[in-house]
Design a protein around this ligand. Structure first.
Ligand SMILES: *[C@@H]1O[C@H](CO)[C@@H](O)[C@H](O)[C@H]1NC(C)=O
Ligand SMILES: *[C@@H]1O[C@H](CO)[C@@H](O)[C@H](O)[C@H]1NC(C)=O
Length: 117
C-alpha cells in the first residue's frame, strides 16, 4: 500500500472512531435534575392516561420519583413514578414508564409501563 493511501486510511479511521464516540454520548441517558419541571410532570401524566386508556385502569399520578432522558429523533423519557390505584383501594405503587416525545411533530407515545415489584 502506498504511504499516501495509508495515511488516508488513518484519517478515515479516526473520523469513524470520533463519530462513534460522539454517538455513544448522544445515546447516553441523562438524569433529570428537576423532577417537578412541568414538562416532566406532563410526560408522567401522559403515561398514566395512556395506560389507563389501554388497559382500562384507574391509576392517578402522585409524583415523579426519578427520571432520565435520551435524545433519539425526539426525546425518550424513562421515569419512575408513583401512582395510586382507584381499583385497588387507592394503594400506591411505583411504576417504570418510558415515553417517546417528538414535540415538533406533536408525536408522543407510551413505549412501556410496568409496575415495579
Ligand atoms: C423545578 O421546576 C419548577 C417549575 O419550573 C420550578 O418552580 C422549580 O424552582 C425548579 N426547581 C429547581 C431546583 O430548579
Ligand atoms: C405514536 O402514536 C401515534 C398516535 O397514537 C401513532 O400514529 C404513531 O404511529 C406512533 N408512533 C410510534 C413510533 O409508535
Amino acid at each position: 500500500m502506498p504511504p499516501k493511501s495509508l495515511s488516508l486510511l488513518v484519517v478515515v479511521c479516526s473520523i469513524l472512531l470520533a463519530s462513534a464516540s460522539t454517538e455513544a454520548s448522544i445515546d447516553g441517558w441523562q438524569t433529570i435534575s428537576n423532577l417537578t419541571d412541568p414538562k416532566v410532570v406532563e410526560i408522567a401524566e401522559f403515561a398514566v392516561k395512556q395506560h389507563n386508556m389501554q388497559v382500562n385502569d384507574m391509576l392517578r399520578l402522585v409524583s415523579v420519583i426519578k427520571g432520565e432522558t435520551q435524545i433519539v429523533n425526539g426525546v425518550n423519557y424513562k421515569l419512575v413514578i408513583s401512582a395510586t390505584d382507584a381499583l385497588a383501594k387507592m394503594t400506591e405503587s411505583n411504576y417504570r414508564v418510558v415515553v417517546w416525545d417528538k414535540p415538533w411533530t406533536k408525536e408522543r407515545n407510551l413505549t412501556s409501563f410496568e409496575k415495579i415489584a
